[in-house]
Design a protein around this ligand. Structure first.
Ligand SMILES: [Zn+2]
Ligand SMILES: [Zn+2]
Length: 568
């Protein structure tokens, strides 16, 4: 509907009858749609999001359904499909520790579970949980971090459920709105999709499965900024369903919830995990992120995947004419050589020396393009470079792939290759952002599995100068706990303990004392251009009070802006 609000016409939703009638009430200007677009559970989830991410309720619930396409509301609804024939489901979870409890909960219970599957079990365990849920006459949602290419886990579930499944992964506004209306009408028992599938309007929800939760694709960067894992956990709580967070290496947040007892761990025995894990060895890198060991292994390999974190052919170090350090003349960013062209890594402008205007630079070689060029000289196999998800292809014998993290996808069970090499892990794990080590380890493990289980002469080569680093050790031992323990300590020391809400608050100088009065876990403040910017970490139980106070301070003009989870 549209209503008058402070002299402007704005859109709003009818949420339900008010408990009391305010003194002054204006009539609704126009009813735009009579379709109840959210059910009570989603409304509850919207209230939770408004509180947790400190946004207006309208913004929280506005983020759930796709934009309205009015004509679809009068179009005939699709037929409800008969449930697909039950496929043969591999029984793997039954043998995992905590697996039988998870399967029972999917059918008729609730709770939060962290599942760490064996590399070849990723899709099977998801399918098994979804089927347990359907057998209990409940519905299931599977959220994957990306659609291009569609993860094998998503494909397996969608194929098995046939007509009973909705693949909710983007598309035209009309299609998306149609899909939403059909989900509301109860046409589907299973919804498989990217981020917004976590809001899929399903009654009688039994399971929300979050696939590979350390993947950056699960973070929504637009307001209300949120993480799918957190929203899924909250929704399962509201709707009495099961939430599963799964991955070869989950995030430190998930591991922390397990440690606290808020989530139950589900995984095979250590012996099974070790037997299924690849052999990992380390060697120090030499020039251009390579080593003699890498050259030898690549020459003899029947197939390989080489993971490189830096794109392009190299980094410009200095101007060839005036010898000044190379930097972007426009934004002072670093200059990189990509596709034969020197440009700014930040603003992408063509690079010219800010001192003398020359376009020629002395380049330190290294990056996906340079590694591709080198690999062609070493191996007799065809070499393919992959820098975007759309180009990603599964590794297999007879092929060498040089790729960035964008090439590491869920391809399901693949034929093992003799060599997986991680060329510059020290650069990847030191990237900006508190979750960089989590993301790095998850990517390494997802790529490392392509070498197959140990004991067949296949191996993972890690070129590092710091083999004692927790992320590297976690990979070698095939035990993400090694990293998660270190990360908990590191983040606590930095003032951002995992699973504690963090906010960035902008306001006047008075906001500093106001925030300090809340006795936060951690408070970091600085003055930027006359404004006070605070990073505040609070106790998970203090979210409601924090929001109440901040909203009051916004009213008083002390606080001007709040942003949730800026540190990740
Ligand atoms: Zn620039
Ligand atoms: Zn110059």
């Amino acid at each position: 509907m549209s209503v008058s609000f402070h002299g402007r016409t704005v859109r709003g939703w009818v949420l339900g009858p008010a408990a009391e009638r305010p003194a002054r009430v204006l009539p609704i200007r126009r009813v735009l749609s009579r379709v109840p677009i959210l059910d009570d559970h989603l409304l509850g989830l919207g209230r939770w999001m408004a509180e947790r991410y400190v946004v207006p309720l309208s913004l929280a619930i506005g983020a759930m359904p796709p934009p309205r396409v009015a004509s679809e509301e009068t179009a005939p609804a699709g037929e409800r499909s008969s449930r697909a024939i039950e496929p043969v489901v591999a029984r793997k979870l039954e043998r995992y520790r905590g697996g039988p409890e998870l399967l029972r909960a999917c059918a008729e219970g609730s709770g939060a579970f962290a599942v760490r599957p064996l590399p070849d079990d990723e899709a099977d365990v998801c399918l098994e949980a979804v089927w347990a849920c359907l057998r209990g006459r409940r519905r299931a949602v599977v959220v994957v971090p990306e659609a291009e290419p569609l993860p094998a886990t998503a494909r397996a579930v969608a194929d098995a459920a046939g007509d009973a499944a909705m693949l909710y992964i983007g598309g035209e506004p009309r299609e998306r709105y149609r899909a939403w209306l059909d989900m509301l009408a109860g046409r589907f028992d299973v919804v498989v999709g990217t981020r917004s599938a976590v809001f899929a309007p399903l009654e009688n929800l039994g399971l929300i499965w979050v696939h590979r939760d350390a993947h950056p694709g699960h973070r929504e960067e637009r307001a209300p900024r949120h993480h799918v894992r957190e929203v899924a956990l909250a929704r399962a709580g509201i709707q009495g369903a099961v939430c599963v967070v799964a991955g070869l290496s989950t995030s430190t947040e998930t591991a922390t919830l397990v440690e606290r007892g808020s989530m139950a761990a589900v995984r095979p025995s250590r012996a099974e995990e070790r037997a299924a894990s690849p052999l990992v060895e380390t060697t120090p890198p030499e020039r251009e992120d390579r080593s003699p060991r890498l050259a030898r292994l690549l020459r003899d390999a029947d197939g390989a995947f080489l993971l490189v974190s830096r794109l392009g052919y190299g980094v410009a170090r200095s101007c060839r004419r005036c010898s000044e350090p190379a930097r972007c003349a426009r934004c002072v960013g670093p200059v990189v050589l990509r596709e034969g062209r020197a440009s700014c890594a930040v603003c992408r402008a063509a690079a010219v020396c800010p001192t003398c205007g020359s376009e020629r630079f002395a380049v330190e070689r290294g990056g996906t393009e340079r590694v591709e060029e080198w690999a062609r000289h070493v191996t007799g196999l065809p070499v393919t470079r992959v820098e975007s998800g759309g180009d990603a292809l599964p590794p297999k014998p007879g092929r060498v792939i040089v790729g960035s993290a964008a090439a590491v996808k869920d391809f399901g069970s693949t034929q093992a290759v003799q060599l997986v090499a991680i060329l510059d892990p020290d650069r990847a794990r030191r990237r900006e952002g508190l979750s960089a080590p989590d993301q790095a380890l998850a990517t390494w493990m997802e790529a490392a599995r392509w070498a197959g289980p140990r004991g067949r002469g296949h191996r993972v080569l890690v070129q590092t100068r710091d083999s004692g680093d927790p992320a590297i050790q976690a990979l070698i031992r095939w035990d993400p706990e090694v990293l998660h323990r270190a990360e908990r300590a590191r983040r606590r020391a930095a003032g951002f303990p995992p699973a504690h809400p963090v906010y960035r608050v902008v306001g006047t100088a008075a906001s500093a004392d106001a925030l300090a009065s809340l006795r936060p876990v951690h408070l970091l403040q600085s003055s930027v251009g006359g404004e006070t910017v605070s990073l505040i970490t609070i106790d998970p139980d203090a979210v409601r009070r924090f929001r109440e106070r901040v909203v009051a301070w916004v009213g008083e003009g002390i606080v001007t802006r709040v942003e949730a989870e800026p540190q990740l």
